[in-house]
Design a protein around this ligand. Structure first.
Ligand code: ASP
Ligand code: MG
Length: 413
């Protein structure tokens, strides 16, 4: 008998019928002989609605109070799922992040898990109960409620799977798994049977909404096998695990697109050692992630530095840069939200030259201009105009022939 951690996202528990369906699924798994911990997100779009609600009161909620508010969504869903499971005759208990012993730092709204004290969880499991856990939330050592960043229930699930030494951590969502591209953009996109942790990490960072990037880092670090599956059928989904580059049949695994980045150009930055450090150190101190960076060197005494950030960090970044502009004497700062980052990801890329050129060819064919490029061993990203994003994804998917990946479709509980 093993321990299985399952995580059900908002769409899987969006209404009472779906909650009942998830309850049946959890019970089926329990009756197969496994111990089941089910981590749940808030119902449907509840978290978005709670954030909207706070905006009607203030533009600037104190982050502690923000956490106090948005964490309530998961408290509703755990209670309802536990009721539905109870209705099916299984013994069950719901627990909040605090009750399950998830201790975090005090970085409200983006807290990191410091430790998990599983005493209560283990006690309930040893009494043969199904345990339903509120995802996305934890508690500081001072007993303040924190949340783990948007999509944080994934991280709750993987962290619990690690602590309990679970056989697998199953992430249930409303799609059948990880695809070669967003099927809403590319009709012929195919579902992948498996991806490596590194590929998944890139895909998650690049805008595949299915998994929170931090949860993948966690899983990779502790070697927890993930299965991304649909809660609407019993298909096996996509396994995320260690996969060697040699086992890869295709050089490129998938195409991703992120339209939530902002391009910032610092025009006329004094050309002297230490300047880039001062700019990016200030952003790092504020916990603002910088993605692509390029510097254009001029012949005079100034450079232009262009970089991208997440749209959600825009206000904070503006404030910081306004200050730096005066202190460092930067001529001008230009913000551009009308951009999209399209990327190809694949562990097979390292050993295959010419992959980037193929991608540029696909963009060239559609007359799409490339504004910035960045590469790593397993990805190439291009920043382009937002209006061309879908065309770009289709053209790239086509040039790398990603429509005919073989699917395994035997059903499993
Ligand atoms: N309910 C939270 C969110 O919408 C956490 C999650 O879904 O994982 O971000
Ligand atoms: Mg989610």
């Amino acid at each position: 008998m093993g321990i299985i951690v399952q995580k059900y996202g908002g769409s899987s528990v969006a209404n009472p019928d779906r909650i009942k369906r998830v309850a049946q699924r959890v019970v089926k798994r329990k009756q197969k002989g496994d111990q089941v911990v089910a981590v749940v997100s808030a119902l449907g779009d509840t978290t978005d609605e709670l954030i909207e609600l706070s905006r009607k009161v203030t533009d600037n909620p104190p982050k502690r109070e923000y956490d106090m508010l948005v964490s309530t969504g998961e408290q509703v869903s755990v209670a309802l799922l536990a009721m539905a499971i109870n209705e099916l005759g299984e013994s069950v208990i719901s627990l909040t992040g605090s009750q399950v012993g998830i201790i975090t730092d005090d970085l409200h709204s983006k807290a990191q898990i410091l430790e998990i004290n599983p005493t209560r969880l283990e006690k309930e499991l040893s009494e043969n109960k199904i345990v339903v856990v509120a995802g996305f939330q934890g508690v500081t050592i001072n007993n303040d409620i924190t949340t783990l960043g948007r999509g944080g229930s994934d991280t709750t699930a993987v962290a619990l799977a690690t602590k309990l030494d679970a056989e697998v951590c199953e992430i249930y969502t409303d799609v059948d798994g990880i695809y070669t591209a967003d099927p809403q953009i590319v009709k012929s996109a195919s579902k992948l049977n498996e991806v490596s942790y590194d590929e998944m990490l890139e895909l998650a960072h690049l805008g595949a909404q299915v998994l929170q990037p931090r949860s993948v880092e966690f899983a990779k670090h502790y070697g927890i096998k993930l299965a991304v599956r649909s809660s609407f059928n019993y298909k096996p989904g996509t396994y995320v695990k260690e996969v060697g580059a040699l086992e890869k049949k295709k050089v490129v695994t998938g195409v991703a697109c992120n339209t939530d980045e902002v391009k910032i150009s610092l025009i006329g930055v004094p050309d002297r050692p230490g300047i880039a450090y001062q700019i990016f150190e200030a952003l790092a101190d504020a916990n603002i992630n910088v993605d692509m960076i390029i510097q254009n060197v001029h012949r005079g005494e100034v450079n232009d530095i262009t970089f991208t950030i997440d749209e959600e960090d825009l206000n904070e970044t503006r404030e910081l840069l306004d200050e730096l502009q005066t202190n460092l004497v930067i001529k001008n700062i230009v913000y551009d939200s009308d951009v999209a980052k399209v990327s190809i990801v694949g562990a097979g890329m390292v050993t295959n030259p010419g992959v980037a050129a193929n991608m540029f060819e696909a963009l060239g064919r559609e007359d799409i201009n490339i504004e910035m490029i960045s590469t790593s061993e397993i990805k190439v990203s291009c920043l382009i105009n937002k209006s061309s994003a879908d065309e770009a994804v289709k053209s790239i998917h086509n040039i790398f022939d990603l429509s005919d990946v073989e699917e395994i479709s035997d059903e499993v509980v």
